[in-house]
Design a protein around this ligand. Sequence first.
Ligand code: AMP
Length: 192
Amino acid sequence: MLNIVIFGAPGSGKGTQSDNLIKPYGLFHISTGDVLRDHIKRGTELGTTAKAYIDKGQLIPDELMIGILASVLDDNADKASKGVIFDGFPRTIAQAEALEKMLKERNPGVSAVVGLEVPEDELVERLIKRGKESGRSDDNLETIKGRLQVYHSQTSPLQDFYKQKGLYKAIKGTGSIDGIFADIKAAVDAVL
Ligand code: AMP
């Protein structure tokens, strides 16, 4: 079983590279951003709560987010039998600790954390472009700046958290999508 955390700032390419990883390794993809946007689209109570945070570029509170992830894992236990790509989760130390606990209860822990490293000016450029193409409500300059601040203060400490566990694989997240994927594949194959 292979459990991959795909890690990086907003705009670092986590979604794109998760899509590439699904097929060759038979993994189940969980994007917490997509899960929340689906709730918003369906007009659920959770969607209403999530929208208020997302539109401000803030993180959904840990307790709520951890509960959502646990239920997605439980509801998809069959599809996740070969392993999971966690995309957009964990985003805080509390979430990483909760993930460790959840995986211990269900199956072997995190196999590798693939960290996509992209310079800040390129992240901003990519997110503005995505906002124009997809119309995502949080891809506007003001919210992007807030999300990057949140990334630096709350999420990037996870790099050290996972480095200390020997799980962090730094990947240069610039250049061609295929070239980046080749580097990711080499890093993942090394832990198989
Ligand atoms: P993403 O699509 O991963 O960029 O996520 C979009 C937004 O959803 C984030 O800016 C947060 O507001 C929220 N979100 C997604 N994943 C998480 C998480 N693990 N913890 C807290 N908030 C999250």
